[in-house]
Design a protein around this ligand. Structure first.
Ligand code: ADP
Ligand code: MG
Ligand code: MG
Length: 248
């Protein structure tokens, strides 16, 4: 499904991703772990097409399609979803409006008709109920004044409604207490399916107790320097990143 080959990318003329190769097959959950400053967030921004991130070499395809040739909206419409470390606040735009716009962009890209108002409200209500969210929160400006836990819940709700094909969670666990971590993990686990893949970026092993990865990769110095099964995450927790940081 996602195939990245020899990717090089720069921010403000500084090369951050330096020959990264990674494959995530359909239905699998892969974790990326690595020291601070390794380039984990940069990778997620390059994949989603954030402005200012320049690919200088290599390729990234989603289901065989050149991801790097698409603009960010087209990537989102293909089902690529990035859950941010720090979710965006959008003053003046109610969460419901934001989600409906995203849903319609996705449908348009697939040649499907727009969601009707009653259909959308039904979807939103059912998603809010299953995540134990007060529906009135969805009428407020997106994430403005939300607590950390509420922002995470809002992201999970968006994922549940948009049903992304490829999900990237960038340190979505940072700053979460155990209860919020459980809500996020349950929401993410509910999305696991043979057609969907996920990249879970985390600095700590803790999240992987809840979201069990098929593979674990170490990102250091802008490249994947080691890959293994879930036991690799436990080794990193015990021994730290020193050995990999040196190898990079
Ligand atoms: P991680 O998510 O693994 O902690 P990042 O991808 O955020 O790492 O950052 C990787 C490196 O890129 C760091 O050295 C960081 O300082 C640098 N970097 C990130 N964003 C920018 C930017 N906008 N301008 C310059 N350097 C940046
Ligand atoms: Mg960081
Ligand atoms: Mg980061």
């Amino acid at each position: 499904m996602l195939k990245i080959e020899n990717l090089h990318a720069a921010v403000e003329d500084k090369e951050i991703i330096k020959g990264l190769t990674l494959e995530v097959p359909a239905g699998e959950v892969h974790a990326i772990m690595g020291p601070n400053g390794a380039g984990k967030s940069t990778l997620s921004y390059v994949l989603t097409g954030r402005e200012g991130y320049e690919v200088t070499e290599g390729s990234a395809t989603l289901d065989g399609e050149d991801l790097l040739a698409l603009d960010p909206n087209e990537r989102a419409a293909r089902g690529l979803f990035l859950s941010f470390q720090y979710p965006l606040e959008i003053p003046g735009v109610p969460a419901l409006t934001f989600i409906r716009t995203a849903l319609n962009a996705q449908r348009k890209a697939r040649g499907e008709p727009e969601v009707t108002a009653p259909e959308f409200l039904k979807l939103a209500r059912s998603a809010a109920t299953s995540l134990k969210m007060d529906f009135d929160m969805l009428k407020r400006a997106l994430n403005v004044g939300f607590s950390g836990g509420e922002k995470k819940r809002m992201e999970i709700l968006q994922m549940a409604m948009l049903q992304p094909r490829f999900l990237i969670l960038d340190e979505t666990d940072s700053g979460l207490d155990i209860d919020a971590l459980r809500i996020v993990s349950e929401g993410v686990n509910a999305l696991r399916s043979p057609e969907r893949s996920m990249l879970v970026i985390t600095h700590y092993q803790r999240l992987l107790d809840y979201i069990k990865p098929d593979r674990v990769h170490v990102l250091a110095g802008g490249r994947i320097v080691a890959s293994g099964g879930p036991e690799l995450a436990l080794e990193l927790e015990r021994e730290g990143y020193d050995k990999y940081a040196r190898a990079a």
